[in-house]
Design a protein around this ligand. Structure first.
Ligand SMILES: Nc1ncnc2c1ncn2[C@@H]1O[C@H](COP(=O)(O)OP(=O)(O)OP(=O)(O)O)[C@@H](O)[C@H]1O
Length: 244
């Protein structure tokens, strides 16, 4: 059974159709990437999966429940592109706040904040004001907040933008660990070497999925030497029936 399923989803803003007949099925435990250039519709697509936007037509389901569903939203961790954090609070105060709004029991909150801080390597910075944090530290804080309530599904919108290679590698290690613990992960990226780390990908261009498959399948099907070449190929030739 698919954990996340989109069936013939279309989204129109006024006269512009920004998503066109999108169908996707993501099984539980998969690390799935949405790869596409700026403006191709990645953020709109994940907002639809999360129930934050209503499709103009078609349906978005999580565990067979049509979104938006409050029950399902509680099982999702979402890291948006911009950080919804409080600069005039410390990292610990921010995380305690997220723990309370996610309904973590009061007796568990302090411990959970420390567990999460360790996971994203912020233990030594817990008592510093966020105003003093670097861009990379803020992204890790956002990841920590999204993980607070043990989500079954983690949705990340360009999680490593503006992050240096060392930190990027550490975030990827965290994501692989979470996947090994059974978390389903969906992320957007326009970076090819990140897309290569996903189990499967959907390539998005102008609101349409131009190809879908594992990075190896996408490359071999298009006889490309890299995902970048494969992307260009599918943009021009479309994909075979098997891939979409
Ligand atoms: N609320 C809105 N009203 C009107 N148009 C919108 C709205 N949200 C998104 N769009 C348009 O939809 C298209 C897709 O935007 P979206 O943010 O989903 O792309 P993206 O692939 O996530 O881009 P980026 O990588 O830059 O974040 C763009 O043309 C954008 O201008």
């Amino acid at each position: 059974m698919a954990f996340v399923e989109l069936k013939h989803v279309t989204k129109r803003f006024k006269n512009e159709e920004v998503l066109k007949d999108i169908s996707l099925a993501i099984p539980p435990g998969e690390l799935f990437g949405l790869l596409g250039p700026s403006g191709s519709g990645k953020t709109t697509l994940i907002k639809m999966m999360l129930g934050l936007l209503q499709p103009t037509s078609g349906t978005a389901n999580i565990e067979n429940t049509t979104m938006p569903s409050l029950k399902q939203m509680r099982t999702i961790g979402y890291m948006a592109q911009s950080d919804a954090l409080y600069n005039d609070l410390t990292a610990r105060e921010n995380l305690l706040f997220f723990a309370s709004i996610y309904g973590i029991r009061k007796s568990r909150r302090k411990r959970r904040v420390e567990e999460i801080a360790k996971m994203v390597d912020l233990t030594d910075h817990l008592d510093k004001l966020l105003a003093t944090f670097s861009g990379g530290m803020l992204r890790r804080m956002s990841l920590a907040a999204a993980l607070m309530h043990y989500p079954k599904l983690l949705v990340l919108d360009e999680p490593t933008v503006g992050i240096d290679p060392v930190l990027r590698a550490s975030i990827w290690r965290d994501l692989k660990d979470l996947q090994n613990q059974g978390t389903t992960i969906i992320l957007t990226t326009h970076v090819m070497d990140e897309a290569e780390k996903c189990d499967r990908l959907a390539m998005l261009r102008d609101g349409r999925i131009i190809a879908q498959g594992s990075p190896d399948e996408l490359q071999s099907e298009s006889h490309a030497n890299s995902l970048e070449e494969a992307f260009l190929y599918y943009g021009q030739h479309g994909a075979s029936r098997r891939m979409v």
